[in-house]
Design a protein around this ligand. Structure first.
Ligand code: PLP
Length: 387
């Protein structure tokens, strides 16, 4: 072991990130989340949020959180298995199960923690987990710490998935993990094909609907609902921090699955229950999303998606129908993507440059996300600037 200077050593890493245009810094928002947000006193049109239904600053959520604060205080005090399981947490579990039309559901503190707890509870040594190559970091990390053999298939390459499934025949359990809507590409996982393959060759399926819930399906349960696959997907994962405008993650599925997670998911067992205020906001949001308000917002979002897609300038304009509310405007070079993002920022738009390691090296892009709350005028302004 060489006697390295701690700060010099770390600084060298940061300088290298700087050099290759991959260094990140924090920005400070001093307004609520909305299509218009304020950063250091300057107003921006926000096209970078995952608040797809515009609920993050909805008064019904804030009011529910305030009522819960009054009743329960701020902290849950302990993990849910100790004394932190307040009535609001169980009510939220039940509301999610009802919303998703599954036997049961379980809330975790975040979507990330949901994945970290769930995958290792389902597979371990002697088993195999097969991931789409573009799966979210939390799914990859969860698969890694599970101890199961980690295999991957190129994004949506079903023939390759089949090959892997055949090779893994000797594994005891096989878990296939994918997303419904991919966060940085905005395209859909080939869920119907994956279900067909796993029904034939075996394996269980876990689908992360972080970007699908609230946006897809007649009841806004997600793409799995829209495709009529609810009974074929063993593990449905989602987050409360995107379309629901709150915070937290969940698994929805069979009662047995949820009972097992309560007993085995380490990020559930060894972590304090979510703040009751946050759970109350999530519960209020689920009530809104399942009703007429959710339907209205879902429609408004899709109207915005179609309008933006139709009016996107070259080279990004596509003739096909847009797949989701997420538009990756591919640029490639990291420095160029950063410069474009900065240029938009100077003009008053927040459109982030997404770079490695979030996406592969030299596939940097501007990521535009739309919300039900964007007005036509706001979208027109962005289109004008993109031109
Ligand atoms: C955001 C995201 C998560 C993590 O959810 P959080 O609630 O933000 O922790 C998990 N999976 C995908 C695909 C995501 O985009």
């Amino acid at each position: 072991m060489t006697n390295l200077n701690f700060n010099d050593e770390l600084l060298a890493e940061l300088n290298e990130l700087d050099r290759i245009n991959l260094r990140r810094t924090l920005r400070v928002v001093d307004s609520s989340q909305s299509t218009e947000i304020r950063l250091q006193k300057k107003k921006y049109l926000n096209f970078s949020s995952n608040d797809y239904l515009g609920l993050a600053s909805h008064p019904a959520l804030a009011e529910a959180a305030q009522a819960a604060l009054k009743h329960y205080g701020t902290g849950a005090g302990a993990a849910r298995l100790i004394c932190g399981n307040m009535a609001i947490h169980s009510a939220l579990d039940n509301a999610i199960a009802q919303f998703k039309d599954t036997e049961a559901a379980l809330v975790f503190s975040t979507g990330f923690a949901t994945a970290l707890g769930t995958i290792p509870a389902l597979v371990g040594r002697g088993d195999t987990v097969i991931l789409d190559k573009l799966a979210h970091a939390c799914l990859i990390d969860a698969a890694r710490i599970s101890g199961a053999r980690l295999r991957a298939f190129p994004h949506n390459n079903i023939a390759y998935l089949k090959k892997v499934l055949k090779q893994e025949k000797s594994s005891k359990r096989v878990l296939i993990v994918t997303e419904s809507i991919f966060s940085m590409d905005g395209d859909a996982g080939k869920l119907e094909e994956i279900v067909e393959v796993k029904e034939k060759l075996g394996g269980w399926l876990m689908v992360d609907e972080a970007h699908g819930t609230g946006v897809f399906g007649r009841n806004r349960r997600g793409l799995v609902e829209q495709l009529g696959l609810s009974s074929k997907v063993e593990v449905q994962m989602g987050t409360l921090s995107k379309a629901f405008g709150s915070s937290g993650g969940y698994i929805a599925g069979s009662r047995t699955l949820i009972d097992l997670l309560i007993n085995k998911a380490r990020s559930f067992i060894f972590s304090t229950a979510p703040s009751p205020a946050v759970a109350a906001a999530s519960l209020a949001s689920i009530q809104l999303v399942s009703g007429a308000e959710g339907e209205r917002r879902q429609k408004a979002l899709w109207d915005n998606v179609s309008y933006f897609a139709q009016n996107l300038p070259a080279p990004w304009h596509q003739d096909e129908e847009p797949q989701s509310q997420i538009f990756p405007l591919l640029i490639g070079d990291e420095a160029e993507a950063l410069a474009k993002s900065k240029q938009l920022e100077r003009a008053g738009f927040l459109v982030p440059a997404i770079r490695c390691p979030t996406v592969p090296l030299h596939q940097a892009r501007l990521r535009v996300t739309l919300s039900a709350s964007h007005t036509r005028k706001q979208i027109d302004e962005l289109i004008r600037h993109l031109k």
